[in-house]
Design a protein around this ligand. Structure first.
Ligand SMILES: Cc1ncc(COP(=O)(O)O)c(C=O)c1O
Length: 370
């Protein structure tokens, strides 16, 4: 059967084409002012980011990976220090620890496929200095348990909040639980720009000052060189685009939660699927659905079937958990996360997807299992 519809996993060109006039105006405005690096649009964005999350400080950086690394450097990670992470995360959570001099220690996932607090406790050694929980798929981890473990064991916490701007746990925003956090504005992110971009938030002045210096050649806000640093700045043009997109951000989140509801209502009867938690208004978990990641029986065949129906899907991180990449030297067995990676699949989840697209996707899945 030939596909009657096309639903790409993410249509990158629409990021530009759907807002062409607005984006051209931004380019003309920024270009006309010659305001490319560390200008008022960036300052405005940093202010918005800290206000929105509730953190005291924000620094725009080149990307979220740099944001994680600079956070660990600012905290003072030393060679041989261990940091516990989920094995279900982007490799960036781990590589940022490595490039800051430390050793990432991947652990198991819990009921909602985020890092399991019990696994964190079990992985603590005399070399453990930190935890880097990933607020995955737009859902914030059980930060109450994680912060309790961190406090009791005197561990630093850098949240990988790359996928979670606006996501909350117990009514508190992702990014504001630990010592620092890093957000990504990669094009496909919920707040995505036309290129790379990232932001670090923290409420600790010393960490803010250090991250600030690190991201701009060791210079402080007065331009005085205080330490060694590098260049990892968020472009002013990207900041100007992000400022515009911030105006509609809460509506975008609402739409993504509505999409998750449609998937949930239409797929919940299928016993061959394990769905992510449905959007809840209980105040405990407020998920922003960066991704809609489910587990499916006969995953690879389902994926092929959907592809034949014109529907794009993705297996996150290229199909492996962090510890499963052989070249990285981990020698670990983590059965839960390994099983998860035999079944996980992400369905289209973005504002370009219409309700009709969603019904088409759900019907195609139902037909596969019939
Ligand atoms: C969980 C997670 N961490 C880190 C990153 C890295 O973000 P960036 O591409 O902005 O460096 C991503 C981006 O996909 C991510 O999803």
């Amino acid at each position: 059967m030939t596909a009657t519809r096309k639903v790409p996993f993410f249509d990158y060109s629409r990021l530009f084409l759907d807002n062409k006039k607005q984006l051209q105006n931004i380019l003309e405005d920024v270009g006309g002012r010659g305001a490319y690096i560390m200008q008022q649009d960036l300052v405005k964005f940093e202010t918005q980011l800290s206000k929105y999350t509730g953190a005291k400080f924000a620094v725009g950086v080149g990307n979220a990976t740099d944001g994680l690394e600079l956070s660990w450097l600012a905290i003072g990670l030393k060679k041989g220090d261990e940091v516990i992470i989920s094995s279900h995360t982007m490799i960036a959570t781990a590589s940022a620890i490595v490039t800051a001099g430390g050793i990432p220690v991947p652990v198991e996932i819990g009921f909602d496929n985020l890092i399991d607090p019990q696994a964190i406790s079990a992985a603590i050694t005399k070399n453990t200095v930190g935890i880097s929980p990933t607020q995955l798929n737009g859902r914030t981890c059980d930060m109450k348990s994680i912060m309790k473990i961190a406090t009791e064991n005197n561990l630093a916490v850098v949240e990988d909040a790359a996928q979670a701007l606006g996501s909350k746990f117990n009514n508190q925003c992702a990014g504001t639980f630990g010592d620092a956090a890093s957000f990504s504005f990669f094009p496909a992110k919920v707040l995505g720009t036309l290129g790379d971009g990232g932001g670090v938030v923290t409420s600790k002045k010393d960490i803010y000052e250090k991250v600030y210096q690190l991201h701009d050649h060791g210079r402080d806000t007065e331009g005085q060189t205080k330490s060694w640093g590098r260049n990892s700045r968020l472009d002013n043009l990207q900041a100007a685009i992000l400022n515009k997109k911030f105006e509609q951000y809460d509506e975008v989140i609402q739409r993504r939660r509505a999409i998750a509801n449609i998937y949930h209502e239409n797929l919940k009867e299928l016993e061959q699927l394990q769905l992510p938690p449905a959007p809840s208004n209980s105040g405990e978990y407020f998920d922003i659905f960066q991704n809609y990641e489910l587990q499916a029986d006969n995953r690879d065949q389902l994926r092929e079937h959907l592809s034949n129906q014109g529907i794009g899907t993705i297996i996150q991180w290229g199909g492996k958990a962090v510890h499963q990449w052989e070249g990285l030297g981990f020698n670990l067995k983590l059965p839960k996360v390994e099983k998860f990676f035999t079944k996980c699949l992400m369905l289209p989840m973005n504002i370009f997807v219409s309700d009709e697209d969603l019904f088409y996707i759900c019907d195609s899945i139902k037909r596969f299992y019939k």
